[in-house]
Write a protein that binds this ligand. Structure first.
Ligand SMILES: Cc1cc2nc3c(=O)[nH]c(=O)nc-3n(C[C@H](O)[C@H](O)[C@H](O)COP(=O)(O)O)c2cc1C
Length: 213
């Protein structure tokens, strides 16, 4: 797959494309010599709608932490609930030496990003190019929050209004380190009725498209 198969998403639709609001991700960065790095993250969350910001946590000794601090850029790539892609996510989650390109180790293909230097991962469906807004160190971890500057996806994954087509994107999530190597499907959608009648309820309601996205 090449960049030609990717479509750019207009800014007013960016928060619709990062759904559900926390997603399994493989994050690409480059080091100060321009070498590509990729690592997997279960802690990736959209933390602001408008403008759209995405945050994640990473160990301070990890290449991703060093690269984010030295270059100020990262790309969040969202894989699907697909065995091959999830196997590749496990490979990019391994601890390779600094300078090793995990995309090559996992058999993944890089395509240039639109606005930042780290590449997008062609094989995965959705891409959020970010500039670091702030970082916070605590314990042995680094919290990273990035402002999204460009969003793109594989053609056919979103409707004309930018709402994800759940049966096409097949969002996935990580069960977490205690569940080593296991993932959950995160694309079965169910509307929940508003069962509270107070004024706060109508103030918070949004109109969603008929597809129930
Ligand atoms: C599915 C999956 C999810 C992961 N989530 C996180 C995470 O949220 N935070 C973290 O620090 N490490 C996480 N890891 C581990 C990192 O991907 C791993 O430490 C990796 O070696 C970091 O690579 P780097 O040194 O190239 O940054 C995860 C691993 C897998 C396989």
């Amino acid at each position: 797959m090449t960049a030609a198969h990717k479509i750019d998403i207009p800014e007013e639709q960016w928060d619709r494309v990062f759904a559900p609001s926390s997603c399994l991700a493989t994050i690409t960065t480059i080091d100060s010599d321009g070498r590509v790095n990729a690592a997997s993250f279960g802690t990736c969350t959209r933390v602001c709608h408008d403008p759209v910001y995405i945050a994640f946590t990473v160990g301070v000794v990890k290449d991703t932490a060093n690269n984010v601090l030295s270059t100020g850029e990262f790309v969040v790539n969202l894989p699907a609930w697909d065995k091959r892609q999830l196997e590749q996510v496990r490979v990019t989650g391994l601890s390779f030496e600094p300078g090793v390109n995990e995309l090559e180790k996992a058999g993944l293909t890089a395509v240039p990003s639109r606005l930042v230097r780290p590449p997008r991962i062609a094989d995965f469906g959705r891409h959020f190019e970010c500039e670091v807004a702030w970082t916070q160190s605590w314990l042995h971890r680094l919290m990273v929050c990035g402002k999204v500057v460009a969003v793109s996806c594989t053609a056919g994954l979103v409707d004309p209004d930018g709402y994800v087509l759940w049966d096409k994107v097949k969002s996935a999530h990580y069960c977490g380190a205690p569940y080593h190597g296991n993932f959950v499907a995160a694309y079965e959608v169910m509307g929940a009725d508003m069962v509270y009648n107070g004024p706060e309820a109508t103030a918070g309601e949004r109109t969603l498209p008929a597809s129930g996205s």
